[in-house]
Design a protein around this ligand. Structure first.
Ligand SMILES: [Zn+2]
Length: 330
């Protein structure tokens, strides 16, 4: 059976690239680059999205590596890759947001095209999210969203999946997270309210899913891109899409729920810990100085846990994110 996404069509045994038009601007269109690899044998349909956050380059590069190396003749099932979901953010190099409507695609997924749903409904980010959701994500039997440490953040190598409530689906999600070979792994329930992510949508569609994260500060570090490609490759082995036994992870740390720590004062932030560090309750993990260098805030860990995200850019307004600290489960 052929796989069609608008005018991109891949018959069995074919690899095709092309662009999916998702929105119109005053001067042209927003077009998302897509690779379809349609294997010779029937099997899983793995959908991969990258660049939902436009400056998370290890995710984008990892997807490119996989798109180039996988051969249709050696593939069981099909692989569909959306190389850059947030094309405007990629081009303009804006962290997290689509600069056209200052919207985080990973908080409004799968888009709301009805006016009045909530602020901003129907805008260009909603069009992008909804088009990818309807025309690509819904084709998936399995789904991976590749991230990679946007401009203001430092993240350790971690993977997370969203639980669907269907135990068979959730067992596959857990296995996909395990075979991503990430150091830190997490299972989570669907985010409530407005926190609507790509993997929330996958879970609601009962599609086994993984969010994979490796990277920092909007850098393309080869090691992080390599880990990203290795995660996808190993998951594809687990799913029986390519030859070979998946690598068993040597040691993974399960993490639980987290707290966000925000700046109480505006100033210049210095972190004393890095992403992936284990901290104890009460430990001084950073300081905020005023413009003259006097300490205005000592930041202490409110609980034991692992530093999952550091907001590494020093200038902070009161309320800006400094850290996410998550429980260590094992
Ligand atoms: Zn991200």
């Amino acid at each position: 059976m052929s796989i069609n996404i608008d005018n991109i069509k891949a018959n069995k045994g074919e690899k095709k690239t092309g662009f999916l038009t998702v929105a119109e601007m005053p001067t042209g269109t927003v077009d998302l680059p897509i690779t379809i690899i349609n294997g010779t044998k029937s099997g899983p349909i793995l959908v991969i999205t990258a660049g939902v956050h436009g400056c998370e380059y290890p995710g984008i590069r990892g997807a490119q590596i996989i798109a180039r190396e996988i051969k249709a003749s050696e593939l069981t099932g099909a692989l569909i890759i959306v190389h850059n979901v947030n094309v405007p953010g990629f081009v303009h190099q804006t962290a997290f947001y689509n600069p056209f409507d200052v919207t985080n695609l990973n908080r409004i997924w799968p888009g709301d095209l009805e006016s009045g749903g909530f602020y901003g409904a129907g805008s260009i980010s909603h069009l992008i999210a909804n088009t990818v959701y309807e025309k690509v994500q819904k084709k998936a039997t399995h789904y991976i969203d590749l991230h990679g440490g946007d401009l203001p953040e430092d993240c350790p190598h971690f993977s997370a999946c969203k639980m669907s409530g269907d135990s068979e689906v959730d067992d596959v999600s857990r296995a996909m997270v395990k075979y991503s070979l990430a150091k830190y792994i997490m299972t989570a329930t669907i985010s409530p309210g407005i926190s609507r992510t790509t993997t929330d949508s996958a879970a609601k569609l009962k599609i086994p899913n993984v969010l994979h994260e490796a990277g920092r500060a909007g850098l393309l570090e080869k090691e992080k891109a390599t880990k990203t490609a290795e995660a996808v490759r190993n998951i594809m082995k687990y799913l029986g899409m390519i030859e070979g036994k998946p690598i068993e992870p040597s040691k993974q740390i399960k993490i639980g729920s987290g707290v966000a720590i925000r700046a109480k004062h505006g100033g210049f932030f210095e972190s004393f810990v890095e992403a992936g560090d284990i901290v104890s309750e009460g430990q001084t993990i950073g300081k905020i100085y005023n413009v003259f260098g006097e300490t205005v805030e000592e930041v202490k860990a409110p609980k034991d846990g692992v530093i999952l995200i550091v907001g590494i850019r020093p200038p902070k307004c009161a309320g800006d994110s400094l850290y996410n600290i998550n429980d260590v489960v094992n």
